[in-house]
Design a binder for this molecule. Structure first.
Ligand SMILES: [Zn+2]
Length: 420
């Protein structure tokens, strides 16, 4: 395939340090970037941006692709009264009902939603206890096909008994033999000491990190105190979870200052999902101790990283001092640093979004974060280039057949809901 040339592009770099208009040649190499060229090279596929903004596309630090078919599903047998019941009555019923065709449909739904949101990389946390085998492979295949980069893991847990736990371990091991990924754990309160040890050993064996929910609700702490006589972060720290620079700790809401200090002194990264936290009424993250290693996730609610960053930005205004648009922007972009510093592939400079955004006020590189927090939304995403290939062309996915994929999603969703 010929390389893409973007003419009349107004490019704002990821650091928001410069804004420049001209012709950009996009490398189609796996680790390729972009360069400004004086003339449009012959043989290139030319896209006339007509002055539109071109900027690096977005990435999601914590997603649950498996929940993509939940939108509009039947209500649980009774309304959940607390966080544990939200898991028991909704998510742990849903994940057990998934089969491999549904998992594949979930990945199709998220791939389309992500590209339409200007997202080209997803860090996912997957659970399908009755079809663990092959599940990560199936998700990877769909995301690869749509042009998306990914860092997947299987959510290991003891909550469904030893057979399902072992199936999750087998899938994780088999997947990491041939793919970049993480070793997933559900959360401290559903993970035994034996499983925690096995997961950390597996991460060491494959030279990667762990991905786990941490103190999303107070129940995680209560269970840890009752069963392990320590706080959640102390337990994970003692087991070695926080040692790898690849480790992602999702939520980290109900922590004390000592636990925040442990994370701040560790190599681990934190992901924030403020919309999900509001949906589950579990509280809010205080990232003050580790601002540079906090990233933005969507927790399965949607695939719009920019929207999730805006939610975190607005949530932060409740606190003294609030958060500047620039700080929110840096948090949105922290995931790229996480991926690059750990050598993960699929998020190079040739991942771009073209925005049809025509604001009533001037744009500069400096005020671009404020435009993103107050003006730009996924509705402005016109086209997306993923790994140097055109993956979304004026709102339509090019590498995946949207019509048939979405028809399949609705069919699989109906099957899933029927099972529920
Ligand atoms: Zn989550």
């Amino acid at each position: 395939m010929p390389p893409i040339a973007l003419t009349n592009a107004t490019y704002i770099d990821r650091a928001c340090s410069s804004m420049r208009t001209g012709t950009i040649l996009v490398s189609d190499k796996p680790k390729g970037g972009i360069e400004f060229v004086g003339q449009t090279p012959g043989g290139a596929d030319v896209i006339d941006c007509a002055g539109r903004i071109v900027t690096p596309s977005f990435a999601i630090a914590h997603h649950h692709i498996y929940s993509a078919l939940a939108r509009g599903m039947p209500a649980p047998p009774r309304p959940p009264e607390n966080f544990l019941e939200i898991l028991q009555l909704i998510w742990w019923r849903l994940d057990k009902a998934l089969d491999i065709d549904m998992v594949r449909a979930c990945a199709q739904a998220v791939a389309i939603d992500a590209l339409r949101s200007g997202v080209t990389f997803i860090i996912d946390h997957h659970a399908s206890p009755n079809c663990a085998e092959g599940s990560l492979h199936a998700i990877a295949e769909v995301l690869d096909g749509a042009g998306l980069g990914h860092l997947l893991c299987y959510e290991l847990s003891d909550r469904d008994g030893p057979d399902r736990r072992d199936a999750g371990l087998r899938e994780t091991g088999a997947y990491l033999e041939s793919h970049q990924g993480l070793v997933g754990l559900h959360a401290s309160f559903t993970v035994s000491t034996a499983l925690l040890t096995a997961a950390v050993e597996m991460a060491r064996e494959f030279g990667t990190g762990l991905h786990i929910h941490v103190a999303e609700d107070e129940i995680d702490q209560e269970f840890c105190q009752d069963n392990h006589n320590c706080r959640v972060v102390e337990r994970l720290h003692a087991a070695g979870v926080l040692e790898p620079t690849e480790t992602v700790l999702a939520h980290c809401i109900h922590l004390d200052d000592d636990e925040r200090a442990i994370i701040a002194d560790s190599a681990a990264w934190v992901s924030q999902q403020s919309e999900s936290n509001q949906n589950n009424a579990v509280g809010a993250l205080d990232a003050g101790a580790f601002p540079d290693r906090t990233m933005i996730g969507t927790d399965g609610m949607h695939s719009d990283a920019l929207g999730a960053a805006r939610a975190a930005f607005l949530m932060a205004q409740r606190e003294e001092g609030g958060m500047s648009p620039r700080a929110a922007y840096d948090r949105l972009r922290a995931v790229h640093e996480y991926l690059a510093s750990n050598g993960f592939e699929g998020d190079a400079g040739n991942n771009l979004v073209i925005l049809d955004y025509n604001p009533p006020t001037p744009i500069t590189a400096e005020n671009w974060p404020a435009h993103l927090m107050y003006g730009v939304s996924r509705a402005h995403v016109e086209s997306v280039i993923a790994g140097g290939r055109l993956a979304l062309d004026r709102g339509r996915c090019t590498l995946i057949d949207e019509e048939s994929a979405l028809a399949n999603c609705r069919e699989q969703a109906a099957r899933l809901w029927e099972k529920l």
